[in-house]
Design a protein around this ligand. Sequence first.
Ligand code: UDX
Ligand code: UDX
Length: 434
Amino acid sequence: MDTHPDSRTVAVFGAGYIGLVTGACLAELGHRVVVRDIVPAKVEALTRGEVPFHEPGLGELILRNAGRLTFTLDPVTALAGAEVAYVCVDTPPGPAGDADLSRVWSVVKELRTAPDLKAVVVKSTVPVGTGDRIREALDRAGLAHVGYASNPEFTAEGKAVGDFLAPDRIVVGTFEADTADLVAALHQGVDGPVVRMDVRSAELTKLAANAMLATRISFANEISGLCEATGADVEQVMGAVGMDPRIGPGFLRAGLGWGGSCFPKDSIALKQLASDTGLHLQLLGAVIEVNNLQPRRALQRLKDELGGFAGRRVALLGMAFKAGTDDMRQAPGTVVTSRLLAEGAKVTCWDPLARVGAAETEVWSAATRYDTVLETVAEADAAIVLTEWPQLLDVAWEAAAGQMRSAVLFDGRNLLDPARMREAGFTYLSVGRA
Ligand code: UDX
Ligand code: UDX
């Protein structure tokens, strides 16, 4: 889109997954956007046209809109002329499990030199009540005329651009109607309904949506255990369960459990938020527990098959928390790796994209990474599919089985066809399938 009927100047704080997608998509809609980040290397790379992580379509969007999308380290430059400031910094779990809002507050403090500012839009996931506190802080800073909006994202990595430009809904929580009007106008050209509500409801909608999705997966995973105990097949069961339009098919895939940058931290944040008000969310507690158990249950089954892990070589296929991303945050495979190492196994691994780097992925540095699946499984006593990478469908599995010390395959994502894998020579285990 070349021009937007109501083109604005927008500052986006945080050039992470969410901020960069937001900035690039707003530029695509025709707005002038400056994205600000505190990490010099990131800003330099972006200025050269390099995207610091894998997100399909994002690089093209940034290039195509280079004329109205710039990057800076300086908050004053970002805010010069800005009418809207988006807050997209990360909100990781703090020591008590609640979201750590320190980065959000640093941005709020930086907003003081913003003469043209009309609205602050928070996309970062925050506890309910944060908007009220930011509203008070803005009032105290002489910014009572600046509107406040909670505009949570429902972005899934790997399809973030589509999730922004054609979302299921755009949730806009504000204190005043004119701020909601402004945010709705910014989204003109986006193919999705704007749902207006109060700020607290918008904040809770984000956490509740993620908890609901996590609940569905944990439900499927709990049923998978029962399938193993009774000889039923979880793919058939959940496939048919999801055909009921009252239930729907999405997010019912059994596997090694949910990971990523959102579900783990948001489920704990929601639980803590409730605890802080004296409420015990029993269902959510169980959802988290099922998820914690799922990779450990899988490992126990594999351990029984191998007769122990000590001295065994285990090949891990897939490291990213799901296919289509390079993100390793809270990947279920991290638990698998640390358990295997703790039990004395040697670990090799393969992934087409995964970026190991954050402190929480440190455990992977003890694993030897190879470029191909065949090298990874050579001489292994077992292989585990951790991520549902489509590349795994095209592996020469007969050759892979032939290279392993014992051809045992645990398919933690129910990706492969059991009959075909047995034909290829494997002792094949999977989640909840007979
Ligand atoms: C986002 C949200 O903000 C988070 O609350 C939500 O739940 C998930 O998505 P994400 O984009 O994944 O987080 O975070 P990340 O990729 O870590 O990016 C955050 C960026 O903000 C980083 O580039 C960091 O350098 C930057 N940052 C941090 C600032 O620019 N200013 C700060 O004060 C702190
Ligand atoms: C999620 C939400 O989908 C998104 O709306 C929110 O804004 C951020 O969190 P994301 O973390 O990118 O997005 O990935 P998603 O595709 O939702 O998968 C999350 C985890 O659940 C992955 O580990 C995935 O493997 C797992 N999953 C998903 C299952 O185990 N079974 C399923 O049926 C679906």
